[in-house]
Structures are given as C-alpha cells and as structure tokens.
Design a protein. Structure first.
Length: 84
C-alpha cells in the first residue's frame, strides 16, 4: 500500500518537474537567469532519487520564487522572507 503512495508521489513530482522545465524555457529572462533556474531544476531532479518529499518541497519553493520574480529568497541579493 505504501509503495502505491510512493509511486503516485513519484508520478506527481515527475509531472511537476516536466511542467517546471517548460515554464523556465518559456520565461522572458536573460539567458544566465534561465541557466541558473535550469541548474536548480536539475539538482531537484537528482535529489528526487534520494528524497522525493524533500525534492517536492524544494520544487514548491523554486516555483513560488519563479512566480514571484527572480532572484529567489535564498540567493545572495534575493528577496527576504518576512516570516523568517
């Protein structure tokens, strides 16, 4: 039973990663920003092999940052999360 839940989570995260890559490709941003976002997505993809729930949380944060603008909160010079 737990394995079925893990497979569903894997499918969900895989679909979200695919959509995130499409979103990043379509962004009207400088190439260096696109490359940085793509690298972050590749790191999250690799992390999903070891920690699927953690990778999903990282993907959530990254896509929130993309939706809100760049750079993300955790980057030098980035926005500060007021709740921290």
């Amino acid at each position: 039973m737990e394995r079925d839940g893990q497979l569903e989570l894997y499918d969900h995260v895989a679909a979200r990663l695919r959509d995130a890559h499409r979103t990043v490709r379509a962004l009207q941003v400088p190439e260096d920003v696109r490359q940085a976002l793509t690298r972050k997505l590749l790191v999250i993809t690799a992390a999903a092999k070891q920690d699927l729930p953690g990778a999903e949380r990282r993907l959530d944060r990254l896509m929130e940052d993309v939706d809100a603008g760049w750079p993300p909160r955790d980057e030098p010079g980035g926005r500060r999360d007021e709740s921290s």
